[in-house]
Design a protein around this ligand. Structure first.
Ligand code: KG4
Ligand code: ZN
Length: 336
């Protein structure tokens, strides 16, 4: 069974080809048109998807050595995400499915992120606890089966990736902030500044990162921070200290959720799961508590077509198909 997966929910245009659950290709273009604005500009994202969607899909097919008429189903994300961006991949996917006379499968972007740990041979066993950390979401989920989820907790304000992006903007180090903070932090001292660890009330599985972000802002003000004159080592220390606070909270809440749910497997997905300090910390915590940790390969941490194709494949196996009337849903929630 050959599935084409399409992802256009934010600022990555991506397509992938999966054959019987094995990935043949995954082509992703990150839209750098947003860099000079310090954040994603929705209108520009839609226009860039429009320009890129046909060549990206073609490249994914060429790399996979698959002809268009060999595709058995087309899967595309229909939410959550930016409405105009979603519409490009969704409309293209529906039209292609119609032209090829094959099933169309609408995929929830959050489900797709969770399924990114099923690309490859080592896969988590149900039930397990998953932490999704992206630019728009921070969620702890008990994954009972491919499409059976229980939301355990989520952020009450900023998402983890959003906090990385906002702090990077304050420091004037560029966009997207996550990878850049990670880079600066690698040369810094994580104990240089004691930023708060927002755990909320005892046992809470919710998150809050806006207070942490504000304390970085106050620290910059108090220190008389000036982008033009800032010393590289000082910036590295702030990045490392901020990152350490985020990593502490994410790691501790994930481990505590795993203990509460009594599971043996844990997983982390989404853009922030590419963070090297987070990955190192989780690896040592998993060893300490004898948990099996699952992290996607770097290519599948940020938005990608492969995770969409994987979700499409599992839906096909379960006989799940979508109507060609499916619309974009910017606020689509994870189904329980
Ligand atoms: O999953 P994703 O590509 O898109 C959304 O669904 O939001 O996640 C993007 C987020 C951005 O906020 C970006 O700054 C963050 O993931 N990110 C990182 C790293 N790479 C991407 N955050 C921390 N460290 C990284 N290495
Ligand atoms: Zn995402």
């Amino acid at each position: 069974m050959i599935i084409l997966g399409i992802e256009t929910s934010c600022d990555e245009t991506s397509a992938a080809v999966l054959q019987d659950g094995r990935l043949l290709s995954n082509i992703t273009v990150v839209q750098y048109v947003h860099t000079k604005y310090g954040g994603v500009v929705p209108e520009l994202a839609s226009r860039a998807h429009q320009k890129l969607i046909v060549p990206i899909v073609q490249e994914a097919l060429t790399k996979a050595h698959i002809e268009r008429n060999e595709i058995d189903a087309v899967a595309a994300v229909h939410g959550p995400g930016l409405a105009g961006a979603l519409l490009v991949g969704l409309s293209f996917g529906k039209a292609l499915a119609m032209a090829l006379n094959v099933p169309f499968i609408g995929v929830n972007h959050m489900e797709a992120h969770i399924l990114s740990n099923f690309i490859g041979d080592r896969k988590p066993k149900f039930p397990y606890v998953n932490l999704t950390v992206s630019g728009g979401h921070t969620q702890l989920v008990l994954v009972k089966d491919f499409f059976s989820f229980q939301l355990l907790g989520e952020t009450v304000d900023d998402a983890a990736g959003e906090a990385f992006d906002k702090v990077a903007k304050m420091l004037g180090i560029g966009y997207p902030g996550g990878p850049l903070i990670g880079k600066h932090a690698s040369g810094g001292n994580p104990h240089a500044v004691e930023f708060p660890r927002p755990y909320l009330e005892k046992g809470s599985m919710n998150f809050s990162f806006s207070g942490l972000k504000t304390s970085v802002l106050y620290y910059l003000r108090k220190s008389g921070f000036d982008k033009a004159k800032a010393d590289g080592k000082w910036i590295a220390d702030v990045c490392a200290s901020f990152q350490a606070a985020v990593v502490d909270v994410l790691a501790e809440k994930l481990i505590s959720a795993a203990k509460t749910c009594g599971v043996g497997d844990i997983a982390v997905v989404g853009g922030v799961s590419a963070n090297a300090a987070l990955r190192r910390r989780l690896e040592s915590e998993a060893q300490r508590y004898r948990l099996n940790l699952f992290l996607p390969e770097f290519e599948f941490c940020t938005d990608n077509g492969a995770m969409v194709a994987m979700a499409g494949y599992e839906k096909m196996k379960q006989g799940i198909r979508s109507s060609l009337e499916l619309t974009a849903e910017p606020n689509l929630q994870l189904a329980s």
